[in-house]
Design a binder for this molecule. Structure first.
Ligand code: GLU
Length: 425
């Protein structure tokens, strides 16, 4: 193989969109899907590229590249977050938009799938620059979003304040308040109670069900969190407060920490706020992200980015359950290895669907102008995500396929049936 071919091979293996298409293709084969429907769902419906001019604090204009991809909206308005990341690529955004379609469908939400991204490093921007970039993103593509069209939300390195600026910008352009254009907003501006920790909480409801199936007692069970960001922090703190799990390791992009007796998530969070990382946390042992994956723990929770569990490290995983709170953390080759090892995998678009589910509740509350209490949000989330877990589990048992394939089978079938009913194919 020439160096160029090797480079191509590498790109194919790690391209999230290639992976998303591969997963879609094998599901289409399994479902014996109409080739016309398969052709529709393996590509995004719409893709927008924008160049956003932003006035920087030094007076100069800097151009940022942004994307918004709608993968499919057959079931309802497209839905999905916006990422601000220096390594953002259109390929990743396409994949994430595709996974949002499967996520919404799996949870039986009347929504499609979309994702947005801006290539930028928010850590290097002042508040003013961040606000102008957020507003610039919306004004560059506002005709293509809207409460009944495509509804963005927070994702990696975006937050409720950014959602508030974006909602405000859209409302100004539309000439009226349009709270429903975006979710994950601050409470005062049409946000929903329970949205902040919804991704973590939803996945933990799934973990609770999975633990029963695996006969794992969660009280005292050991858990390792790879990626101690917003989601990772809530996973660690809720797993210990709701179920009494012991958080034995956590990591971030700079490295990881380990303590056999268990770590206190809140105190690590404070340490990270002060120092910028979980590393050097007093009383803990330093470990690498790779070492964390191989720890002798009951549950591993990848909570950060794509392609973390690979063919290389999957054989070393000792956990009984891998709960994918991140999007796309496991490569297809690693999937097969985990299945053969008997690891109970909670696939991403099931395990992290709590965020979009409560976003959907936020949309419902915005449309009706009536706001629910937190208990109602938690109960409704529990009901929806628990039902989704059991439909995936039953499908996996019935057809003897792994949990990811089963999740695909349930959600792709729903989208395919809707395409047929609407007469698109
Ligand atoms: N960004 C989250 C996700 O990937 C939430 C999306 C949403 O709330 O629309 O699921």
């Amino acid at each position: 193989m020439s160096p160029n071919q090797m480079k191509d091979q590498k790109q194919i293996n790690t391209s999230p969109f290639e992976i998303a298409q591969k997963q879609c293709d094998s599901c289409a084969e399994f479902l014996n899907l109409d080739p016309n429907i398969h052709a529709i769902i393996r590509v995004p419906k719409r893709e927008i590229h924008v160049s956003i001019p932003v006035r920087m604090d030094n007076g100069a204009i800097k151009i940022f590249q942004g994307f918004r991809v709608v993968h499919n909206d057959v079931l309802g308005p497209a839905k999905g977050g916006i990422r601000f990341h220096p390594d953002e690529t259109i390929d990743t955004v396409r994949a994430l938009a595709t996974w949002m379609t499967w996520k919404s469908s799996l949870l039986n939400l009347p929504l499609g799938g979309a994702k947005g991204g801006v290539i930028c490093n928010p850590k290097e921007l002042s508040m003013g620059e961040l606000e102008r970039l957020s507003r610039g993103y919306i004004s560059s593509l506002w005709q293509f979003v809207g409460p009944e069209v495509d509804v963005p939300a927070p994702d990696v390195y975006t937050n409720p304040q950014i959602m508030a600026w974006m909602m405000d910008e859209y409302s100004k352009l539309a000439g009226k308040n349009q709270f429903g254009v975006i979710t994950g907003k601050p409470l005062l501006l049409g946000g929903s109670l329970g949205r902040n920790d919804a991704t973590a909480r939803g996945g933990l409801y799934v973990l609770r069900e999975a633990a029963k199936v695996c006969s794992l007692e969660l009280n005292g069970a050991s858990l390792a969190v790879q990626g101690f960001g917003n989601v990772g922090y809530h996973v660690a703190s809720l797993a210990s407060s709701l179920f009494g799990c012991k958080i034995t390791a956590v990591s971030d992009s700079k490295g990881g920490i380990y303590k056999k007796e268990g770590l206190d998530p809140r105190s690590i969070h404070e340490h990270k706020l002060k120092t910028g990382s979980v590393i050097n946390y007093p009383g803990s042992e330093a470990i690498s992200n790779e070492e964390l994956l191989g720890l002798d723990v009951d549950v591993i929770c990848p909570c950060a980015l794509e392609n973390i569990i690979t063919e290389k490290n999957a054989p070393r995983i000792k956990a009984a359950i891998v709960a994918e709170f991140a999007n796309g953390p496991t490569t297809p080759g690693a999937d097969d290895i985990l299945y053969q090892k008997g690891v109970h995998l909670l696939p991403d678009f099931l395990c992290n669907a709590g965020g979009v589910t409560v976003s959907y509740f936020e949309m419902v509350q915005n449309f009706s102008m009536y706001y629910w209490d937190e208990k109602e949000v938690h109960e409704r989330l529990d009901k929806k995500i628990t039902a989704a877990y059991h439909s995936v589990l039953n499908t996996s048992k019935e057809y003897k396929i792994n949990m990811r394939q089963a999740a695909y089978a349930v959600s792709v079938k729903r989208v395919a049936d809707a395409i047929k009913l609407r007469g698109w194919a």
